[in-house]
Design a protein around this ligand. Structure first.
Ligand code: AMP
Length: 381
């Protein structure tokens, strides 16, 4: 198991912003990047050395892509099992296809996480209407139904708060589903954990995540939680990474419940939106950490030199604030080069940086982020 030489080619499946920022990190280290994407105008293509343009389930495209690279990684997780086997038959794939297959399917993910001792919200498999009725009763009619595959940013989810809402649910549901009990969480947190080829593990500091309309809006680093809880979250993330034999980086999303306990929500074996703050608050960010792991390079400490608030720029309203963001002190602006700012589309983010230990409260954050956060910060933090 040796590191790839400088100048080797990293293959990234997926053309989105996570691929773009991974490609930029790889280029900074002197590697070439070849992207697989259906769309030549994608954010990652604009910064990669070369690309295969084709669908993720197109066997010819997958083979062409794998022939052009030295190692394969992902920013897009939903490659079919067959596609993953093709890639693995041609080049090393990191993280392994088996890890992706777990994260692609909420049932497989929950089973595996339970097996390795992770605490989860109560859940039931819901293959059909009869199972749904039983699950709703067992969960006391307070549940979230989630599609088992292809859900992201709260898409493919239906929330039921009582028996009346359950009764009003139509019959035309996209089974199979997973039913989860609604967690009355105190806050949502995540840990970015990376594991290298040699088994070294690095955890970035725990992040608190705040969502708006089901989409990540703000991340605060470090999360304002007791040190013992932060250590527990990091140790759980490490345990999951080691149990899955992860190579690369993974986001582990968790709930802090009303009693201060940790429940795992989901895992994403790739760079993650909740790790974007590391780009300006750490010497080596989540993207370089991921690229290093995948290329077999040593992993540096995941040290945070500053505190940070990350604010996503979503849709046309946030894009209209970019000019203002460029003029605001203490902010780093990151845009993904997407031409059309559709509502709900992640267009970029800003990182506001503070001295270590000086993450401000709501009013301080509002003062620094100004028009970018009103009125969310004053209401919600
Ligand atoms: P997910 O796609 O599973 O990450 O869910 C998106 C968001 O929905 C999460 O970040 C939470 O804010 C919320 N959510 C998901 N599952 C639950 C749950 N079991 N209880 C309460 N909120 C949840």
């Amino acid at each position: 198991m040796t590191a790839l030489p400088f100048g080797a080619t990293l293959g990234i499946v997926g053309g989105g912003q996570l691929g773009r920022m991974s490609a930029m990190a790889a280029a900074r280290l002197g590697f070439r990047v070849h992207v697989l994407t259906p769309d030549i105008d994608s954010p990652a293509c604009e910064v990669a050395s070369s690309a295969t343009i084709g669908d993720y389930d197109d066997e010819v495209a997958l083979r062409d892509f794998a022939e052009h690279v030295d190692v394969v990684t992902f920013e897009f997780e939903n490659v079919s099992a067959h596609g993953l086997r093709i890639l693995e038959s041609i080049k090393p794939v990191r993280p392994a296809g088996a890890v992706l297959e777990i994260s692609q399917d909420r049932i497989a993910e929950k089973r595996r996480l339970s097996e390795i001792g992770a605490a989860l919200a109560p859940w039931r498999e819901v293959p059909d209407a009869a199972a749904l009725a039983a699950a709703a009763e067992a969960l006391d009619y307070r549940l979230i139904l989630k599609t088992t595959r292809f859900g992201y940013d709260g898409k493919g989810q239906f929330r039921i708060r009582d028996a009346e809402e359950f009764a009003a649910l139509g019959t035309d549901l996209p089974y199979p589903l997973v039913a989860e009990g609604i967690v009355d969480f105190e806050r949502e947190i995540s840990v970015m954990v990376a594991r290298g080829l040699d088994g070294d593990v690095r955890c970035f500091d725990v992040t608190e995540n705040r969502h708006r309309n089901g989409i990540l809006d703000l991340s605060l680093a470090p999360a304002p939680i007791p040190p013992a809880l932060a250590a527990q979250a990091q140790s759980m993330a490490r345990h999951i990474a080691e149990s899955l034999d992860l190579i690369g980086i993974m986001g582990v999303e968790m709930f802090v419940d009303a009693r201060g306990g940790l429940l795992i929500n989901e895992i994403a074996p790739r760079p993650h939106n909740s790790g974007h703050w590391t780009m300006n608050a750490c010497l080596v960010d989540q993207f370089e950490m991921h690229v290093r792991a995948v290329l077999g390079l040593p992993l540096p400490e995941a040290t945070r030199h500053s505190d940070a608030v990350m604010k996503n720029l979503i849709g046309p309203d946030d894009m209209a604030l970019c000019d203002a963001a460029l003029r605001m002190p203490g902010l780093a602006l990151h845009l993904y080069g997407k031409d059309e700012a559709r509502p709900g589309r992640k267009m970029g983010h800003v990182n506001a940086i503070f001295p270590r230990g000086a993450l401000p409260g709501p009013f301080g954050i509002a003062a620094v982020l100004g028009p970018l956060v009103e009125p969310v910060v004053s209401e919600d933090i």
